[in-house]
Design a protein around this ligand. Structure first.
Ligand SMILES: [Zn+2]
Ligand SMILES: [Zn+2]
Length: 351
């Protein structure tokens, strides 16, 4: 089969590799019908994720059709259309039983880390993929849910909801700020609306992304490049700050912005993937009763989000801005990595 293979920082190729095969009775083989590229994939290509070895097939998001199952797979069968969760979960270890699939202790990849696809084992930017623990790592797609919507449940919608909205404890009436309006920030905007906030303020440097945020459910937008961005945010609160600040960029500046705009008693929910230390003004924050949360998505809310997509309560397909054939994946990476010019949010690759 063909797959996108990582050849070290800055280097990848769409090339022939061996077909995946069932290795354990709990495995399934999925033929990829739709996959997509994540900001994390760009980090890997930059060399920011040294645990990814040369020769690894990239990708941790996808929708496909099961072509083979191991003897131990009980809930799924050949022909089922499934969402590949970005987190692989054995379903039985101590963390899985707590719903923290992100820290699954099974020995696929590295014990204690549920993100293995396209990281520690071969991933979904391929014609086929082997999925370990298929019963607890795949979700059947209900009829009527298109691939373009379903693939957003692999990663971005559960990430925005679990790590942004749920960890941030967004509650009815809250004023929420989402700093960073890329795909994951927009997923936090879209799913924060489920919790009934009175206002959702999107903050970003890119005017196009701010326009998008309004389409995804933000009530207000603030251009982070404006010298008075802080006052603009404060003016949309009672003057004390936002109840919940969701960081969805992953750089020190945006993290600091969140800790500045949060009100006493409020929550800062970090979603961004950080590559450098940040400054934490604990000397100011301790007396404000601020709660700071971090996290890697567990995808424990995927079934719930899938029901909302099925019932048209979440317009998940709206994230898809570009579609390419799977073998045009190089072109898709070009478009996705130049999002400011191409206005790309999620770039789909289809069979
Ligand atoms: Zn992803
Ligand atoms: Zn587990």
């Amino acid at each position: 089969m063909k797959a996108l293979v990582f050849h070290g920082p800055g280097s990848k190729a769409w090339e022939d590799v061996a077909d995946p095969r069932i290795q354990r009775p709990t495995d399934a083989i999925v033929r990829i019908d739709t996959t997509t590229i994540c900001g994390t994939d760009l980090h890997i290509l930059k060399g920011d994720v040294p645990t990814v070895q040369e020769g690894r097939v990239l990708g941790h998001e996808g929708v496909g059709t099961i072509t083979a199952v191991g003897a131990g797979v009980q809930r799924l069968a050949v022909g089922d259309r499934v969402i590949v969760s970005c987190i692989t979960a054995c379903g039985m270890c101590e963390y899985c039983r707590r719903g923290l699939f992100s820290h699954c202790l099974a020995d696929e990849g590295a014990p204690g880390l549920g993100w293995v696809l396209g990281h520690l084992i071969d991933g979904t930017q391929a014609e086929q993929v082997r999925i370990p623990f298929a019963d607890s790592s795949l979700h059947k797609v209900p009829e009527g849910v298109e691939d373009a919507a379903a693939v957003m449940l692999s990663d971005i919608l559960p990430t925005g909801f679990e790590i942004g909205v749920r960890n941030g404890r967004v509650s009815p009436g809250d004023v929420v700020a989402v700093v960073g309006a890329g795909p994951v920030g927009l997923a936090a905007v879209m799913t924060s609306v489920l919790a009934g906030p009175s206002r959702v303020i999107a903050v970003d440097l890119d005017a196009h992304r701010l326009d998008q945020a309004l389409r995804f459910g933000a009530s207000d937008v603030v251009d982070a490049g404006d010298p008075d961005w802080y006052d603009q945010v404060m003016a949309r609160t009672d003057g004390l700050g936002v109840d919940v600040a969701i960081e969805a960029v992953g750089v020190p500046d945006t993290f600091t912005m969140c800790t500045r705009i949060v009100r006493p008693g409020g929550h800062v929910a970090n979603v961004g993937v950080h590559g450098r230390p940040v400054e934490l003004a604990l000397q100011e924050l301790w007396i404000k009763d601020v709660t700071l949360t971090t996290g890697l998505v567990s995808t424990s809310t995927t079934p719930m989000l899938l029901r909302l997509v099925e019932q048209h309560k979440l317009a998940a397909a709206a994230f898809a801005t570009h579609t390419f054939a799977l073998d045009h994946i190089d072109e898709a990476y070009e478009v996705f990595s130049h999002a400011a010019e191409t206005k790309a949010l999620k770039v789909l690759l289809t069979r």
